[in-house]
Design a protein around this ligand. Sequence first.
Ligand SMILES: NC(=O)c1ccc[n+]([C@@H]2O[C@H](COP(=O)([O-])OP(=O)(O)OC[C@H]3O[C@@H](n4cnc5c(N)ncnc54)[C@H](OP(=O)(O)O)[C@@H]3O)[C@@H](O)[C@H]2O)c1
Length: 237
Amino acid sequence: MTKICIIGYGKMGKMIEQLAPEKDCRVVSIIDPNCPDLHSEITKESLGAADVAIDFSHPSVVVSNLETLIKLGQTCVIGTTGWNNELPRLRDMALQRDMGMVYGANFSLGLNLFSRVLQSAVEIFDRFEEYDLLAWEKHHAQKADSPSGTAIELARLILEHSSRKSEVVYDKLERKPQAHELHFASIRGGQIPGTHALSFDSAADSIELIHTVRSRSTFAMGAIAAAGWICRQKRGV
Ligand SMILES: NC(=O)c1ccc[n+]([C@@H]2O[C@H](COP(=O)([O-])OP(=O)(O)OC[C@H]3O[C@@H](n4cnc5c(N)ncnc54)[C@H](OP(=O)(O)O)[C@@H]3O)[C@@H](O)[C@H]2O)c1
């Protein structure tokens, strides 16, 4: 049985708490400074001798959470997005500590399969110049970061597999996009758990690949699976 500490008791933290028992995991501690009944700080004691900590908190706190986890040598899974700029530094810190850490912008199995399909599709359409490529994502109104971490990762894959797109533009464009630019738009509103789409567009037709999350359980199940995996004596990032 894997013992889990949840960091961040919001939509994702609650989903992990609910689903963990189905996957032979036990939640031994929950840390969230904004919930009076829970632990407010990450310490050796508040981690509750967990095998693994799972962080789904907030982009503004994840870096300091992770620094603390690394100092404590705590095996961890980081689902919180919006800290890409700090990744190289924190990865080095974790590697020096010889600990196990998994991070991911999207723990959904379906999205990970979708990204494989996307890579193949980009390569296929790359041979046909009549097709341009554009992408968009939409998320609920409470999402703190934009573009989504998944959009950043999908854009990276698209640039890697396309010979015609060499730069991604996320912001609004007050000009025509250039041919080498991939325009990746973000829309925020309502309750949408997460939708990512890629469109191959020509004068004659349009082909769209869309991944639509129906339930946050898809992220939670992936994060719990990652937690079980990294706990099996694995080290590294
Ligand atoms: N990788 C993936 O597969 C995946 C999937 C879904 C979401 N995410 C990401 O995961 C993060 C959380 O998403 P969510 O939908 O669960 O957000 P959420 O509902 O806002 O939950 C985040 C929780 O963390 C709390 N929090 C704030 N500061 C904290 C701290 N210092 N320590 C611990 N907890 C703290 C928040 O409290 P307050 O609300 O009071 O500030 C809130 O309860 C976001 O970055 C989101 O983009 C990733």
